[in-house]
Design a protein. Structure first.
Length: 142
């Protein structure tokens, strides 16, 4: 399970250095093979390859009315390999789609990661914190 937030900067070639605390797990569980694709909230999702295979199967099995979402998730997916120093290249197309230039936030979301432009994430998080919590949290205790 991946969890936690990391503030990271892409290098000049658009490479992301995966935090050390995740590298060993990714080396073992996915042989450093990852897949990056678009998320409907404006960030990118980064999956270890085995998690991606599960997600891809679920998306591919959706009915025809979801064809555009299949295109968004599957058509934009890029397979990448973590190099020996733990870096992965985030393609220019995906960086543009998520508005990522340099400063990012990498969020562990359980079986995958979300990669956000740092300013976009901060603004969206602040906006959400101003509002009421969703009803699903009504009976949730902290």
């Amino acid at each position: 399970m991946f969890q936690g937030a990391s503030s990271l900067a892409l290098d000049t070639k658009g490479r992301l250095s995966v935090p050390t605390r995740y590298r060993d797990v990714l080396n073992v569980t996915s042989a450093s093979q990852l897949t990056i694709t678009k998320h409907p909230h404006g960030c990118l999702m980064i999956f270890p390859r085995s998690e991606w295979e599960n997600f891809r199967g679920r998306i591919a099995s959706l009915p025809m009315q979801a064809q555009w979402w299949k295109r968004i998730f599957l058509g934009n997916a890029m397979d990448v390999t973590m190099d020996a120093t733990g870096r992965v290249l985030v393609s220019p197309e995906l960086r543009v789609a998520a508005g990522i230039t340099k400063d990012t936030v990498l969020l562990g979301m359980g079986g995958h990661f979300e990669l956000w432009d740092a300013a976009t994430y901060a603004a969206q998080e602040a906006e959400q914190m101003k509002g009421e919590m969703p009803d699903v949290f009504k009976d949730f205790s902290f």
